[in-house]
Write a protein that binds this ligand. Structure first.
Ligand code: UT7
Length: 322
C-alpha cells in the first residue's frame, strides 16, 4: 500500500454569476476585449457572508459522496487557500469540524494558485509513508474578496470556487510522480502588498488587494507550465503522447492554448473551464478535474497531468493514473 490514488472528486461554485456584461457597467472595458484576451465569459462570486470554508465544505461532501465514504473515514485534510476565513485557525481545521471527523492532522497550504497541487503532493507523501490512509485534499478560494474592483487588469480574471479529491492508499499508482517549485524573486509581479506582519499601508488605497503585472506573469506562466510538464514526463520516461488529459491552472485561455501548443498537445486533450469559471486560484485545477470526471471525459485508467502556477512564484505538476 505505498501509493495513493484518487477515489472521488467534487466541486462547488457559488450561485451568483458575474458576466462580462455586468463588468462593462462597472469598469472601462468591453465584453469582446475580455473574451479575446482572457477567454473568460463569466465567473462565480461568493455571496456576502459566504466563505472559503463554506465552498470547501460543499466540494468536500461531493468528493466524499463520489468516493462512497463517510467523513469519519478521513484521517488527513490538506487544503490550499490564499483567502482563509480567518488569520487562524486554518480553514482545514474548521472544515474537519464541520464534517465531524476530528483527530487527524488538518492544515492549510499557502501557494496561491498552486495551492491544490502543493496540497496533493503533500497528501500523497503522507499516504505513501503510511502516516495517513484516506486524505481529503481541497483547493478553495474566495479570491474576489481581495480583488480591487476598480482595477480592470485583474477584476476581469478571477472568480470564487472550491474543488476536492479523496485520496486513498493503494497497491499501485494512482499518483505516479509530483514535482513542486518556487522562486520568490517574482514577488512583486503578483501579490497583495498588505499583510498581518508587514501591516496595512493606509496611504495606499489598494494595499489590501491583488496587484499584478499581467503581461509579465503571462510570459513566465507559459514558459513554466511547458517546462514542468516536460520535466515530469521525461523523468518518468513518458511523452506528451502518453497524456490523456492535461489539466493546467485555469489562468487565461491564451495561457492554456500557448502551453498546449508549445507542448505539441492537441487542445482537445486539455480541460478548459476558463470560459465559465475564470481563475479560481487554488480551486481551479480540482474544479476542472471534477468537471471532466463528471461529464465523462476522464475515464478510469486515463493518464492525467495536473499543473499549477501562482504567486511567489510557485509551481507544480502531478502525474497520475486516474
Ligand atoms: O493565476 C496566476 C496567474 N495569472 C495569470 O497568469 C494572469 C496572466 N496575465 C493575463 O492573463 C493577461 O496579462 C491580462 C488578461 C491580465 C491582460 O492581458 P494583456 O494582453 O497582457 O494586456 P496588457 O496588460 O498588456 O494590456 C494591454 C492593453 C493596455 O492598454 P494600453 O496601455 O496598451 O493602452 C491595458 O490598459 O489593454 C488594456 N486593458 C484593458 N482594456 C480593456 C487592460 N485590461 C483591460 C480591460 N479592458 N479589462
Amino acid at each position: 500500500m505505498n501509493h495513493a490514488r484518487i477515489i472521488g472528486t467534487g466541486g462547488h461554485l457559488p450561485e451568483k454569476v458575474l458576466t462580462n456584461a455586468d463588468l462593462e457597467q462597472r469598469i472601462e472595458t468591453t465584453a469582446e476585449w475580455i473574451v479575446e484576451r482572457t477567454g473568460v465569459e463569466e465567473r462565480h462570486i461568493a455571496a456576502p457572508g459566504e466563505t472559503t470554508c463554506d465552498l470547501a465544505e460543499h466540494a468536500s461532501r461531493r468528493a466524499l459522496e463520489a468516493a462512497g465514504l463517510e467523513p469519519s473515514d478521513i484521517d488527513l485534510i490538506v487544503l490550499g487557500t490564499t483567502t482563509p476565513d480567518h488569520v487562524f485557525p486554518s480553514v482545514a481545521t474548521q472544515l474537519q469540524h464541520r464534517l465531524g471527523c476530528p483527530g487527524g492532522p488538518a492544515f492549510d497550504v499557502q501557494a496561491v494558485c498552486t495551492g491544490f497541487v502543493y496540497a496533493l503532493d503533500i497528501a500523497d507523501r503522507f499516504i505513501r509513508t503510511g502516516a495517513a490512509r484516506r486524505a481529503l485534499v481541497v483547493g478553495a478560494d474566495t479570491f474576489t474578496r481581495i480583488i480591487d474592483w476598480r482595477d480592470r487588469g485583474t477584476c476581469i480574471l478571477f472568480g470564487d470556487g472550491a474543488g476536492a479529491v479523496v485520496l486513498e492508499a493503494a497497491d499501485k499508482p494512482g499518483i505516479i510522480d509530483s514535482r513542486l517549485g518556487a522562486d520568490g524573486r517574482y514577488k512583486e509581479l503578483l501579490w497583495v502588498p498588505a499583510g498581518v506582519s508587514s501591516g496595512y499601508d493606509q496611504t495606499r488605497q489598494n494595499a489590501a488587494f491583488v496587484e499584478m503585472r499581467g503581461s509579465e506573469v503571462f510570459k513566465v506562466a507559459v514558459t513554466t507550465l511547458k517546462d514542468i510538464a516536460e520535466q515530469i514526463l521525461t523523468a518518468n520516461r513518458m511523452t506528451v503522447a502518453d497524456v490523456d488529459w492535461l489539466i493546467p491552472h485555469q489562468a487565461n485561455r491564451r495561457i492554456l492554448a500557448a502551453t498546449a501548443k508549445r507542448l505539441g498537445l492537441p487542445e482537445g486533450r486539455m480541460v478548459d473551464c476558463v470560459r465559465t469559471h475564470g481563475n479560481t486560484s487554488a480551486a481551479s485545477v480540482p474544479l476542472a478535474l471534477d468537471v471532466a470526471v463528471r461529464d465523462g471525459r476522464i475515464q478510469r485508467g486515463d493518464t492525467l497531468l495536473l499543473e499549477g502556477f501562482g504567486g511567489g512564484f510557485t509551481w507544480g505538476a502531478v502525474l497520475l493514473t486516474y
